[in-house]
Ligand binder design. Structure first.
Ligand code: DNO
Length: 393
């Protein structure tokens, strides 16, 4: 697979010359400053593309071209927003960019409750605690009927938290779940000058009454409308799984399992309707068995995120090292290398090590942690290529 790296643009303190030295081949990035729903112009895209190329790298994948909430809940303006999306895809196509990742998670993208969960070795990892998340839902968002979404055991743990949580703990949860985790991937929550909880509540209202089936239909409608542009320019649009892969905050989620992915790929059966195989998101759901999933979907996989999770009791999970956890990255690499050795791949999040946490990087996107992970994955890929050459596998 092609060794790619998520780079957050000129403001990123990890520079393109640094990436060249560690063997990165392709760049994954987006026009992070363009608000969701606005058209990406050829001028804006070319400017970033030329900058990347001036360092002898190339812009391999767009992550993400975000889908407006209006499209997800099928609001009255959805056709206008879909037309804008088609224009952005056209402009990317004109600039020669052929792989575009997106997601269809309503309101909230990826979710963690702790960005500095300590490991015995002194490193830290990204962590999800179901009870803390339920506390956020019940006691901070105060969502109506929120308690019905959780088991008796989780609710018991929530009451324990409620008995001891201070204002500082509550503020930390809002900061982690909304500001720090969403801020850099979702321009709806970027910047300052708004009340994150109030905004969150307003956005949740937009999806009141939307079922899983309706959300699926809204995705089908969107895909049917954008596929002709993908066909014209040869663009692979690849949906990112929901992270974590389960319904949250009373919202449906539709990219959580093999059955969901199968539905999406069949609903619009076009090779440009592809998958981002995010091993990290999928492995955080105990119901997902990644090796058979990779085998089943390898042919429609257009982009790979390599990362692994350990699922813990009570619905909690922690991001593991790239050589451990339940994702079985070496097996996944065997499958993807065999199917398409040119597939773009990035290592995704990694552990925070060696002072990465003090350098102002986006959570999960430190330098040393990802460099170590890339080295581990590079080694696995080299071994797998050797097996393939010798026809061992
Ligand atoms: C977080 C990421 C996600 C991902 C988007 C793709 O680190 O994995 O934000 O980029 O969901 O659309």
């Amino acid at each position: 697979m092609e060794k790619d790296w998520r780079w957050f643009g000129r403001k990123d303190r990890i520079t393109l010359p640094m990436l060249r030295q560690i063997g990165v081949e392709g760049i994954v990035t987006a026009l992070h400053d363009v608000p969701i729903g606005e058209v990406w112009t050829v001028a804006q895209i070319s400017e970033v593309k030329d900058f990347i190329e001036s360092f002898s790298l190339h812009w391999s994948v767009v992550e993400s071209l975000p889908v407006s909430e209006v499209i997800k809940y099928a609001g009255p303006d959805r056709d206008v927003l879909i037309e804008n999306y088609r224009k952005s895809l056209t402009n990317l196509g004109k600039c020669g960019i052929r792989t575009v990742c997106y997601n269809f998670m309503p309101v909230i993208d990826w979710i963690r409750t702790d960005l500095e969960y300590p490991s015995p070795d002194g490193s830290t990892s990204l962590y999800f605690d179901m009870a803390e998340f339920a506390y956020f839902d019940i006691y901070i968002l105060e969502r109506k009927d929120a308690r019905k979404s959780y088991s008796a055991d989780v609710l018991r743990r929530v009451e324990n938290l409620a008995a001891r949580f201070t204002e500082k703990d509550r503020a930390r949860l809002v900061d982690v779940i909304i500001t720090k985790t969403q801020g850099f991937v979702n321009s709806n929550f970027a910047g300052t000058g708004f009340d994150p909880v109030a905004l969150f509540r307003d956005m949740l209202k937009l999806f009141e009454g939307i079922t899983k089936d309706q959300l699926r239909e809204n995705l089908r409608y969107f895909l049917a409308a954008v596929m002709p542009v993908c066909d014209e320019y040869g663009i692979d649009l690849c949906i990112h799984p929901d992270d974590p892969p389960m319904p949250v905050l009373g919202l449906p989620r539709i990219v959580t399992s093999a059955e969901d992915i199968d539905w999406i790929l069949k609903a619009v059966d076009n090779p440009h309707n592809g998958l981002t195989f995010c091993a990290g998101s999928l492995s955080s759901g105990a119901h997902n068995d990644l090796v058979p999933m990779a085998k089943k979907f390898a042919k429609r996989t257009r982009f790979v995120h390599l990362r692994s999770c350990d699922v813990l009791p009570g619905g909690n999970f922690v991001e593991a090292s790239h050589t451990a956890g339940r994702a079985h990255l070496v097996e996944l690499i065997r499958i993807f290398e065999k199917t398409n050795p040119m597939l773009p791949m990035r290592v995704d999040h990694a552990k925070t090590i060696l002072g990465d946490g003090d350098r102002g990087y986006n959570p999960g996107y430190g330098f040393y942690g990802r460099m170590l992970a890339l080295g581990q994955v590079d080694g696995m890929m080299a071994a797998v290529r050797n097996e393939l050459e010798k026809k061992i596998i």
